[in-house]
Structure formats: structure tokens, C-alpha cells
Design a protein around this ligand. Structure first.
Ligand code: ZN
Length: 456
């Protein structure tokens, strides 16, 4: 049993003073008490928050940051970016993926993310044949999560087609493809790979309506149920205007409307990039209880468009954040961009705030924490008994935070720029970051640099 004590901590029903946290040998919070004396506990400096879940990641893309920013002849769009990405991933095998993911997860932990949803589609060898162990690439991702010590919900991706209506896949997609039987075997293998490890979990990701025809989507839901009744289901849904147009041409409905029609979308679903929704889709998605997976820095980088946040929140919608392509690895930047995009578009301020939750930064942070935890299907995102001991401490000695307490602390954290104010990070009862530095930072960074040098 470990006991921690903090002057102030964010508990499920709000800020509390003089908080004692007891952690059991399995890394779960066993007791959380406000108004407690420090007694024998380890005293933490600064305010304590639950760690932030990062609900959408393609880990290998971290090593691509900056490689798609040079103009080539012709237009520069999401689709030309995707060609660059397909060429980049041709050079990656399991060792490269392991090294890149470990480096990324170190950066995530230092930024305050304590769990990640890895939307994993890079399954096979460059020529499309499975590895000798068809789970090889997934196992590399799991190994990276263990090495960095981040909580991970692994979301192996089902990818069957190159476009709506079962269009044939392109050559660049051959590493992603399965038939349904092969995919079911992969899931079985991964179930045993994560069994008994409380910081790892398994879900499933039909890639998109483009890549998974309706009938197979039904199969995917059934497969998820065989993992667990509440196993997470994630899908890319309406990222690009062209995608909406193609979907309308194919079935007469917009992507979110179509998904809500053909799949039992509910609280265990996470719709990534529900960027382009009309008013009815926005309301219906909010009512479904599913989480909207928002990735503002990637959506900005790719020219996707802006999510309709105000209407979605008004309808009671839930959201979380993901760093997706990892052009940024900072929950604070994702939340700031989410709000600033709305302000620039609507010409007003404090879009995410409400009468009930007037502090904009605090509302964004807490909503993303709750939505992210729901989307990752693990007991995280709350400092409460039975949840994982995933927490971060904030550097209250930093001049920017002088005199800031409670929700003003969160408002300042989100809206004060790029200084990293996160000092210590614990996952599953183990400290992974101390004084702003991951304990394995140098070793993992050296392995990453060797790997990237080998790719050049
Ligand atoms: Zn994605």
C-alpha cells in the first residue's frame, strides 16, 4: 500500500483540500479522503489531477511530423498527405514501430497523458503478407506501452475495402487488410496478450465506412462483444468534405447519419473526426451517448474543418481528445485549439463554457477527461476508489500559477501557452515522470534516434 497526500486535488465532485490517496498493490486507488492529515503519507507538491486520456493515436505518425509540410506540384490536401503517409509507412517494421511508439508514449506522459487509444492499422509486411506471427506489429505497440509505462487500449483496425461500397483497396493499403476470419484470429491472440495486465485493454476499430462495408460492420460489432460486452468500438467517420460527398453519392446519407442507422451506436462507441455533421446528426450523436473523438491539432494540420462544438455540448454530447497524427503531443494545446477554432469561427468567446460550468478551461479539461475515459473503456480519469492510480501533479510554484487555485488553475493551465506545468506523472501506482522528466527518457530517446537514422 502506498499513501500520498496533497494540499489540493480534483476529485469527481470537484476540488478538495488536504487529500489522502491510498493505492493498493495492484495499482488501483483503494481510498480517497478529503480533509485528512498528512500523517505517514508521501507529500506531493502542487495540485493533483487525474491524468488525461488520449483517445486517438496512430503512433508511427509521430516520426512523420514535419515530413509533409513541403509543397509538391499540384494541390496540397488531406488526400495528398495520405499518399506521403502511405510512402512513409512502407519503411517501417516492428522494431521501428516499437521505437517510435515508445518515444511517443514518453512524450505523452511528460505532457500529462496517462492513457492512450492506439488505433492500429499497420498490421502486415510491406508486401501485404502477414508476419510469421500475424500479431507482430500489435505486440510491438504493446511492448512500447509497457516500456514507457502508459496505459493503453489497443484498437486493432479492421480494414477491408478502398472506398464506399466495397471498392477494391489500393496498393498503399495492403499492409492494413484482413479477411474477417484472419481478423478474428488476431483478436483472439491479442486477448491473451493483454490478459492480466490492468494497464492494457483491448477494443476494436472498424477503420471507417469507406473501409468497412455495412455487413462487415455488423460482424465487427459481434467480434467486439466477444472481447467484452463493453469493449470500446472506434471508427473514423466524417473527417473530409469529399468523404461526406462520396458517402451521399453511395447511399444517400451523410456518414454520421448512416452509421447511426446501420450500427448500434451507444456509450461504448467513439466516433473519431465527427467533423462534418448537420444539425440532426449533431443532436442524434449527442443523444446516443457515444463519445466524439476530437483531434484539433491534426484536424487543423490536415485542413479537415471545425467540429460543431456549441450545438453538440448544448445537446449533452460527450467528447474526448486525441493527438492522432502527433503534430502536437499536448492535451493543453488540443483543448486550446478546440476552443480557439470555435472562437475564430463564431466571433465570440468562451464557447465551451456554460452557466453550470463557467470556467472554460476547467470545463474543457474535465469534459475531455470524462469522455476520454469512457472511450478507452478502462477505469481511469477519476481519483476515486476502484480506479487506476493514474495522476499528475501541477507545478504550483511556477510564476504563471501564482495565486491560482481551483478552476482558475485549470483555466490558466489551458490558456497560458506552452510552458509544461506538469511535474510528476503516475500510472497504475508507479511514478513514470519526475520533475518533468520521464525516468527512461534518455534510453528511449537514444533508441528512437538510432531507428530514425536507420530510416534515412
Ligand atoms: Zn486517425
Amino acid at each position: 500500500m502506498i499513501a500520498l497526500w496533497a494540499e489540493t486535488a480534483l476529485l469527481p465532485d470537484g476540488w478538495a483540500a488536504r487529500v489522502r490517496l491510498e493505492i493498493d498493490a495492484a495499482g488501483n486507488l483503494a481510498a480517497v479522503r478529503a480533509g485528512a492529515p498528512p500523517a505517514d503519507a508521501e507529500r506531493l507538491a502542487g495540485a493533483v489531477l487525474p491524468g488525461m486520456p488520449n483517445l486517438h493515436s496512430h503512433a508511427f505518425q509521430r516520426a512523420m511530423a514535419g515530413l509533409a509540410e513541403r509543397l509538391a506540384p499540384g494541390e496540397a490536401s488531406f488526400w495528398t498527405w495520405r499518399e506521403v503517409m502511405y510512402r512513409f509507412l512502407e519503411r517501417l517494421g516492428p522494431e521501428e514501430v516499437r521505437a517510435i511508439a515508445a518515444q511517443l508514449y514518453v512524450e505523452m506522459l511528460e505532457a500529462g497523458y496517462t492513457a492512450v487509444g492506439e488505433f492500429h492499422y499497420l498490421h502486415h509486411q510491406p508486401d501485404g503478407r502477414p508476419y510469421a506471427d500475424p500479431a507482430e506489429m500489435s505486440l510491438a505497440v504493446l511492448a512500447a506501452a509497457r516500456a514507457a509505462g502508459i496505459g493503453l487500449t489497443h484498437l486493432p483496425v479492421l480494414y477491408l475495402a478502398g472506398g464506399f461500397g466495397g471498392a477494391p483497396p489500393e496498393a498503399g493499403q495492403r499492409r492494413f487488410l484482413h479477411d474477417l476470419d484472419g481478423f478474428a484470429r488476431l483478436l483472439e491472440r491479442l486477448r491473451s496478450a493483454v490478459a492480466g495486465e490492468p494497464d492494457l485493454a483491448l477494443g476494436l476499430a472498424p477503420h471507417s465506412l469507406r473501409a468497412v462495408p455495412d455487413a462487415a460492420l455488423g460482424e465487427a460489432v459481434a467480434m467486439a462483444e466477444r472481447i467484452a460486452a463493453d469493449a470500446p468500438l472506434h471508427i473514423h467517420v466524417a473527417e473530409q468534405v469529399r468523404e461526406v460527398r462520396d458517402c451521399l453519392a453511395w447511399c444517400g446519407r451523410r456518414p454520421v447519419a448512416h452509421l447511426l442507422e446501420v450500427a448500434p451506436v451507444g456509450p461504448r462507441w467513439c466516433l473519431i473526426h465527427a467533423t462534418h455533421m448537420d444539425d440532426d446528426e449533431t443532436t442524434e450523436l449527442a443523444r446516443s451517448g457515444a463519445v466524439a473523438g476530437l483531434c484539433p491539432t491534426t484536424e487543423a494540420n490536415l485542413g479537415d474543418g471545425l467540429f460543431n462544438l456549441a450545438a453538440f455540448l448544448d445537446a449533452g454530447g460527450r467528447f474526448g481528445i486525441g493527438s492522432d497524427s502527433h503534430v502536437s503531443v499536448s492535451p493543453l494545446e488540443e483543448l486550446r485549439w478546440l476552443e480557439y477554432g470555435q472562437r475564430l469561427n463564431s466571433l465570440r468567446r468562451l464557447v465551451a463554457a456554460s452557466e453550470a460550468a463557467p470556467d472554460c478551461g476547467a470545463r474543457l479539461w474535465q469534459a475531455a477527461q470524462a469522455g476520454g475515459a469512457q472511450a478507452l473503456g478502462r477505469k481511469i480519469g477519476r481519483l476515486a476508489p476502484g480506479c487506476r492510480a493514474d495522476l499528475i501533479t501541477i507545478d504550483s510554484d511556477h510564476p504563471l500559477l501564482c495565486g491560482r487555485t481551483g478552476d482558475l488553475l485549470l483555466d490558466t493551465l489551458v490558456f497560458s501557452g506552452n510552458a509544461n506545468l506538469i511535474r510528476n506523472v503516475m500510472v497504475g501506482g508507479r511514478w513514470r515522470v519526475e520533475d518533468g522528466r520521464h525516468l527512461e527518457r534518455e534510453r528511449i530517446a537514444a533508441a528512437y534516434c538510432r531507428t530514425i537514422a536507420g530510416l534515412a
